[in-house]
Design a protein around this ligand. Structure first.
Ligand code: ARG
Ligand code: ZN
Length: 487
């Protein structure tokens, strides 16, 4: 889905020759090297070739994650057909990507890690493909003209290999468990289970068709379409997320689950699932998720999606993830503070997505501040008290050495991004007052619903709504590796 920044209009026009034979480009054509090497935006004149188009960049343009996502197209929809056998840990899939070219495209990449790719078609015709690291490089038989819609189908199979024990990110992606799989992909683990544009700057809608052995439950984002169909010892679950979603928020978690379904007080569908080990937590998860979704709808504005809920699985991830409509809790019984955090992400992170990972405080700082607001709402410690407490940390502490407004690629989820990010919002609240602050939170959501955001856009909106000049405050809190003294 167009993220604005990437939907650059091409400067050259493809005339008359579209689809003519002899237009197919091969890997290594002259245009490709430039586009891939400098990761330049589509539309740069230098590499445009009228007849051949040029290769889409290997990355979407996030300087900290140069190979994440891809250039040259914009995905609108994924259809993920997945069959998984927990016993053999074997996945076979057919992914259909509906996209739109943002340049004349002779070749493009999808992100995919592991698996054997059997077949790739573009608009129904067989396409050549090769593998290079985590890039699946696809060369369609004909150049795809700028701004035209195209469909890619990838057939693949193998044992999923999640990213394991990364020093800063732990284990993530498609993680096989004894009874199924635990699927949490932040920041770039979607490629461990389906080929796509694996970066939050290209959101899309999703349809899921998941086939598992009878007795296993398959969960995904959004809502179920029809009832599961069992045939020959296998059950197929169909799920649909009809709102734009970042790849890292997609899930196909499977296993033995106890379920509770219903509606929140205002009528939002609520779906909770727990591994039998967490049987005793099902009702609490269901009730708290419903209650908190209702409360955030009042504070942040209308709930952006068609259902809410949560999943507790028994894989000891050591973290939770705000999977769209179904936050995932990895091997622990979440308290209401964690549920409040993950559900706040449905607004901050899921409906509003960051265009580049260095802005991660827009997700984590906000979700952490939401925990403080929840505490205040419940009559426990006020946000002010929590802020004072965190601020009291010695000026030599690590949190003051890490500027949260520029999350570091090798330490994305540093405590500073969470806690100092939240402190930034509290400092802002103190400076502009409650009416402007809460109006800002609602306006921020309303203006960027289902879209993309950056830190400068937030600073600009805060200044517009408060009528105050705030660059000093944000500089001190977000961009300086030092304990702030004024706000
Ligand atoms: N966004 C998650 C949270 O709400 C953290 C995800 C961490 N990801 C990881 N691979 N460790 O806190
Ligand atoms: Zn978070």
């Amino acid at each position: 889905m167009a993220s604005g920044r990437l939907a650059v209009v091409a400067t050259a026009v493809l005339i008359g020759t579209i689809g003519a034979t002899g237009c197919s480009a091969s890997r290594g054509d002259s245009g490709a090297t430039t586009a891939v090497a400098d990761g330049s935006a589509p539309g740069d004149e230098v590499a445009v070739e009228q007849h051949q188009g040029r290769a889409g960049a290997a990355g979407i343009g996030d300087p900290d994650f140069p190979n994440d996502g891809n250039g040259g197209y914009d995905v609108g929809h994924y259809r993920l057909k997945i069959e998984y056998d927990p016993e053999r840990k074997h996945l076979s899939g057919v992914t259909t990507v509906e996209a739109k070219a943002t340049q004349n495209l002779s070749r493009f990449d999808l992100d995919l890690s592991g698996f054997t790719v059997g077949k790739v078609t573009v608009n129904g015709a067989a396409a050549r493909f090769s593998r290079s690291g985590d890039e699946l490089v696809v060369t369609p038989s004909r150049t795809i003209p700028d701004r035209s819609a195209f469909t890619v189908e990838v057939t693949y199979a193998g044992q999923p290999k999640p990213v394991r024990n990364s020093p800063n990110l732990g284990t993530y992606g498609f993680i096989p468990t004894s009874d199924g799989a635990f699927v949490t992909s932040e920041p770039n683990g979607a490629r461990t289970w389906f080929p796509g544009n694996d970066h939050p700057a290209d959101k899309a809608r999703y349809d899921f068709e998941i086939t598992v052995p009878e007795g296993v439950t398959a969960l995904a984002n959004g809502e179920q379409v029809g009832s599961p169909v069992t045939q020959g010892g296998k059950t197929t679950y169909t799920w649909r997320e009809s709102h734009p979603m970042a790849s890292y928020l997609a899930t196909v978690t499977m296993g033995r689950f106890e379920l509770r379904e219903g509606k929140t007080a205002s009528g939002i569908k609520n779906f909770a699932a727990v591994d039998p080990r967490y049987s005793g937590s099902l009702n609490e998860l269901y009730n708290q998720s419903g209650r908190i979704t209702e409360y955030w709808s009042k504070v942040f504005g209308p709930y952006p999606f068609s259902s809410t809920g949560g999943v507790i699985d028994d894989f000891p991830a050591g973290y939770a993830l705000e999977n769209q409509t179904k936050p995932m809790y990895g091997g622990f019984n979440p308290g209401d503070d964690v549920i409040a955090h993950e559900l706040a992400h449905q607004w901050f992170g899921d409906s509003l997505s960051i265009r580049r990972w260095k802005d991660l405080w827009l997700n984590e700082g906000f979700a952490t501040y939401a925990e403080w607001l929840w505490s205040e709402h419940k009559g426990n410690a006020s946000a002010e008290r929590i802020f004072r407490n965190r601020y009291a940390v010695d000026s030599g502490a690590a949190i003051w050495k890490y500027a949260p407004g520029r999350a570091k690629p090798d330490d994305l989820f540093n405590d500073s991004v969470y806690t100092r990010g939240a402190m930034t919002l509290h400092a802002l609240r103190q400076r502009i007052g409650d009416p402007a602050f809460f109006k800002l939170l609602k306006t921020w959501n309303a203006e960027h619903r289902y879209g993309y955001v950056t830190t400068p856009e937030f600073v600009a909106l805060a200044e517009r709504i408060s009528g105050k000049q705030l660059d000093g405050l944000f500089d001190a809190w977000l961009f300086t590796a030092k304990k702030p003294t004024t706000w």
